[in-house]
Design a binder for this molecule. Sequence first.
Ligand SMILES: [Zn+2]
Length: 414
Amino acid sequence: MSRPELRCRFCRSALTTSFVDLGMSPLCQTHITGEQLQELERFYPLHAHVCDQCFLVQLQEFVAPDEIFSEYAYFSSYSTSWVEHCGRYAAMMRERFALGPHSRVMEVASNDGYLLQHFVAAGVPVLGIEPAANVARVAVERGVPTTVQFLGEASGRAIAAEHGHADVVAGNNVLAHVPDINDFVAGMRELLAPQGVITMEFPHLLRLIEGNQFDTIYHEHFSYLSFTTVEQVFAAHGLVLFDVEELPTHGGSIRIFARHAADAAQAVGPRVAAMRERELAEGFRSRERYLGFGEQVRETKRGLLAFLIEAKRQGKKIVGYGAPGKGNTLLNYCGIRSDFLDFTVDANPYKQGKYTPGTHIPILAPEAIREARPDYVLILPWNLKDEIVAQVGYIREWGGRFVVPIPAVQVIAP
Ligand SMILES: [Zn+2]
């Protein structure tokens, strides 16, 4: 039987070039309960391809987004460093674009209101757009008006008709998570006032490859974005990128600033050309650049397993920290179960008492580390490494050490 032909979600070209094949994996947010341990679990192929025409790195869509996102376990406010990052963003935007009581800020995938709350506090009117009803409810309770829906061209037009157009449309870590990127970007254009500004933050593909961040590939994360590919996608919908910033978040992200092509009020800044040239110089517009990544990933797996096997042979006790989406890719791809990790911990009570998808490692409250006195704590959300090392530094009391798996195994004494 031949495989069905795969098509690029942006330009519809045939997808024939493999970026990395991570085998079969369950959905990363489907933490399972004790009863579900006895049941059949669904696994889907986790195989990223790169488009030879537009160089969008992407996963196929196996599951309808409403199945993934309508009851989402990720509450943005559980990460303090992330909430602080968003506070700085809100202050910068108010200053740079002179936002005030006359303005309107909308956020797509506004989650529990972690970002918009900063604008509310400054007296700037806001509207959140969030598909997961359970997290939207939390936002409304904290005073962030939120409409429960997915953004697309039609819903964007309807929201603008009901609430007015937006002076700012913000979106953090959502562009990569939408299966229909064309409909989504068209939806943002529909929301945007004639002189409005779109900002989007997303992990930078350049940093994913450089930093070996293969564990940021999971089913809920459909696209892996370079600046030049995003520029192409926005241009196809009448939007121009006029500025770009690099950010340390999520292992290295970029924040783009976009406007209507017809709005000449915002000149295209020099950082746009600089970023474009850098990606060209790095080879991101040629297929060859993408071909070595699979072997880079396999070598990382061998290195991590070698470390864990040796530690277990020496009788060491190892636990995890965190149960993020990226942890589930790492654990499933490497085959790390409770044979290596006694348990993992997570500050999110929604995950505590459950088990990691596929690998069935118990998820406990962070206090469990103090009781267990492990030799090693494997940090799964390595992008929050500094925050975690500071919070859990007490493992030095019994000589415990941290292990960071990405870009390659590194042992850190607290
Ligand atoms: Zn394409």
